[in-house]
Design a protein around this ligand. Sequence first.
Ligand code: DQA
Length: 144
Amino acid sequence: MQVALINGPNLNLVGQREPQVYGSQGFEEFFPQLQKAFPSLELVYYQSNHEGELVDALQRLGASAQAILLNPGAFTHTSIALADAVAGIETPVYEVHLSNVFARQDFRKHSYISPHAQAVICGWGLAGYRLAIEGFLNLKEFKQ
Ligand code: DQA
């Protein structure tokens, strides 16, 4: 079973970028740990700082993955194109934010993505990606 993690702009800098907000561990270190935690899954990682490339990735991985964990970064609050891409694919999309966006500036409280997401996780740091996978797997088991 393939699960794709798609990260938007500036998330390549997690670990160095505002560590008081986003933590001090980067994805280079975290992603292999996540793979180890779910050895039966084929976890795929994609990051881009460009909106159109993220649309392409959602369309491409939407055709192969059983679930997508999407952190759209600042595009969360601006991008109708990403919202349309999420709405347009069958694969459930789990919206993940490292920080608690509701405890920050007002402009971060609105997401164009959330109405089309299966679930939203925020404020758990990198553990949010693990929680999203666990939620997805539990839901699948519960439904069967
Ligand atoms: C973020 C929250 C966004 O508001 C911000 O623009 C990001 C990261 C998060 O993971 O907390 O780049 O998506």
